[in-house]
Design a protein around this ligand. Structure first.
Ligand SMILES: Cc1ncc(C[n+]2csc(CCOP(=O)(O)OP(=O)(O)O)c2C)c(N)n1
Ligand SMILES: [Mg+2]
Length: 670
């Protein structure tokens, strides 16, 4: 925020304000007997200049869409954020919350948890994630700016990143993507304290970070992180860059902690009563723990209100805008009522036409409809666009500096892509989806997990979802991934069987705005199994009887491409006079949420069970009886990595077939 008064702040005033952060941080850590005082005490001066002179925010309105975003990527320094939120007067947070830092039930968790307090823009702690989220936030801002103009969207994303953030591999993906896209509204403040947990950074790294960022297309500057005027100078210069900006802030970790500052001893842990008492002397801070004198607190509260006028002016501009409602609907991610009928029409068409196609191609058909009905879906792929089928004809690519398009070529940056998608969803106004091969979900996993932790709507598109990949071989054939992904709480893992289920799964993903979805799609063709049109979204219950006889003796349970094998097995058994049923299970997570009687009915009490999935067995046992307690079902699954070859041969090699399912059923019936 450019304030009228552009005179550099006075050092002693900044120091006094910053010492309030320092005192709160050390008192909270000392009280909790755990935590990280080093970063808050080291970066307090930088944060004070940022919040008092540059950050566009109105503490009373933490949801203001055009606020600057502040991301504490180094989440271990959480007391910096909590102190700032309380000092500037954000809603909800109280001084008692700071006193109960790191206690069960308190919103001041060890690391900042998005949703626990207004003002926590993203959950951080796993180093490198925050800076990569920030890239997504900055990208979302540019995308919305291109749609609604400067008068409604024009803000910056500030990040505090530590040595660890910059050392993590994900930072490379994030930095190079931001540089390539020319995200000039992104400003990273690097806490350049030369210390990590093990000791001096020279133990493990000798990267020239300035040259690294420059090589990625950033503007680079540095400042003395304890000199208010120098911090101010660097931040002011950063406002007008045409590229993202990295400011290396030279700081002393644990500034003010005697015997610890400047060393790894300041990174974490309660300093102890003597050291805290010594710090009070060193910082000239004579107040009791958690006491901030009124005049100082008032100054901080005033800082929390410096954005009020800018906020009011923005509200007035929005009220006067012809596009106010469209803007609100976009920022609130409203799904238009026209989406469901449009997807229903697609389902009806597919049930009638019965295409035989890879579900990834069916996904493209669903996206054709979705991207026509919604204006704020932003697609992308980690350099597998023709394989992931994520780019529909009705959307254009985003290019460096031009954000009018709706498709991001993320490059070969799976981890960075997923973290950026999280950032876009957190920013609001964007529903991100992005694709890669399912086997590379391993490269995305930390960000998928955080999307689930935060409960945000991001759609991870994972194609080539089994040994059906074929010739590319075991390195490209996911085997354990479905089980590993299903193990993540609050993530909807879906594996549709055909085009109809694909349309249903997409509808579910878009309508679940409090959790992420991951949809697994096949490379290889599968027949349409939902040949009778139903207006109901049958996938919504997670599993359902696709076809069956009342006197069934066998229940085949399957997902995705193996559902058609189950249908084939049922026909074979029927030809031999044995009745059976097929249950399609596109989403276990949703199935688990159904009432017990529905689940029991679907699983088919009294029938023997044969599960078919071209993946490892882990997880299936809950539906299959038990070898110990009986009656145990049978599994047609993978016991090893896959193999290279035409996919039908690979399926045959591993015995994943209708015949195998029939044989297993017969054995169980004996
Ligand atoms: C992905 C990940 N790996 C490891 C950790 C554990 N950890 C927390 S902070 C830290 C490094 C500390 O160094 P730095 O990032 O420079 O922070 P500072 O000590 O300067 O505050 C590590 C390894 C983590 N939080 N995230
Ligand atoms: Mg450090």
């Amino acid at each position: 925020m450019t304030l009228p008064d552009q005179v550099p702040p006075e050092q002693h005033k900044v120091r006094l304000l910053a010492n309030a952060i320092r005192a709160l941080a050390m008192d909270a850590v000392e009280t909790a007997k755990s935590g990280h005082p080093g970063l808050p005490m080291g970066m307090a001066d930088v944060a004070t200049v940022l919040f008092s002179r540059f950050l566009k925010f109105n503490a009373a309105q933490p949801g203001w869409p055009d606020r600057d975003r502040f991301v504490l990527s180094a989440g271990h320094g959480s007391m910096l954020l909590y102190s700032l939120l309380w000092l500037t007067g954000y809603p909800k947070v109280t001084i008692d919350d700071l006193k109960h830092f790191r206690k069960v039930g308190s919103p001041t968790a060890g690391h900042p948890e998005h949703g626990d307090l207004p003002g926590i823009e993203t959950t951080t702690g796993p180093l490198g994630q925050g800076i990569a989220n920030a890239v997504g936030m900055a990208l979302a801002e540019r995308l919305l700016n291109a749609r609604f103009g400067d008068e409604l969207v024009n803000h910056k994303t500030y990040v505090i990143a530590s040595d660890g953030d910059l050392m993590e591999g994900i930072s490379h993906e994030a930095i190079t993507l931001a540089g390539h896209l020319k995200l000039s509204n992104l400003i990273v403040l690097w806490d350049h304290n030369n210390i990590t947990i093990d000791g001096a950074i020279s133990l493990s790294d000798s990267t020239n970070q300035a040259e690294r960022f420059e090589a990625a297309g950033w503007t680079v500057d540095s400042c003395d992180g304890h000199d208010a005027a120098d911090i101010f100078r660097a931040l002011e210069k950063a406002q007008t860059s045409d590229r993202p900006v990295m400011i290396a802030c030279r700081t002393i970790i644990g500034f003010g902690l005697p015997g610890r500052q400047g060393t790894q001893k300041a990174h974490s842990d309660a300093p102890g009563a003597d050291v805290v008492a010594g710090a009070r002397k060193e910082l000239n801070w004579p107040y009791e723990p958690f006491i901030v004198p009124d005049d100082l607190l008032n100054q901080w509260r005033a800082i929390g209100q410096t954005g009020v006028k800018v906020y009011d002016a923005w509200q007035a501009r929005k009220a006067a805008s012809k596009r106010a409602k469209e803007f609100d609907d976009t920022i609130n991610d409203v799904i238009p009522a026209s989406l469901s009928p449009a997807l229903l029409a697609l389902k009806e068409k597919l049930s009638a036409e019965k295409p035989s196609a890879g579900t990834r191609k069916m996904s493209e058909k669903a996206l054709d409809v979705i991207n026509a009905e919604l204006s704020n879906t932003i697609g992308g792929s980690a350099d597998l666009t023709p394989s992931n089928n994520t780019k529909t004809k009705n959307i254009e690519g985003v290019t460096p500096g031009n954000f009018a398009g709706r498709y991001i070529h993320y490059g070969i940056r799976e981890h960075g892509m997923c973290a950026a998608m999280n950032g876009m969803a957190l920013h609001g106004g964007i529903i991100p989806y992005g694709g890669t091969f399912m086997v590379f979900s391993d490269y995305c996993r930390p960000s998928i997990r955080l999307a689930a932790v935060m409960g945000i709507r991001v759609v991870f598109v994972m194609t080539h979802d089994s040994i059906g990949v074929g010739e590319d071989g075991p390195t490209h054939q996911p085997v354990e991934h479905l089980a590993a992904l299903r193990a993540i709480p609050n993530l909807l893992v879906m594996r549709p069987a055909d085009g109809v289920e694909t349309a249903e799964c997409w509808e579910l993903a878009l309508n679940n705005n409090r959790r992420p979805s991951l949809i697994a799609f096949s490379r290889q063709d599968v027949p349409t199994v939902r040949t009778t049109h139903t207006p109901e979204n049958r996938s919504a219950k997670g599993a359902y009887e696709l076809v069956g006889d009342p006197d069934a003796k066998v229940t085949f349970l399957a997902t995705g491409t193996e559902v058609s094998l189950a249908v084939e097995a049922r026909a074979k058994l029927a030809a031999e006079g044995t009745a059976s049923r097929v249950v399609s299970m596109p989403c276990w997570d949703l199935f688990e949420e159904q009432p017990e009687d529905y689940r029991r009915k679907v699983l088919g009490p009294g029938t023997v069970k044969v599960a078919i999935e071209a993946a490892v067995r882990e997880g299936w046992d809950r539906y299959m009886g038990s070898e110990l307690l009986g009656p145990a079902g049978a599994f047609i699954d993978m016991h090893s990595f896959g193999a290279s070859g035409p996919y039908k041969d690979v399926y045959a090699k591993f015995g994943i077939s209708a015949d195998a399912a029939v044989a297993a059923a017969k054995k169980l019936l004996k």
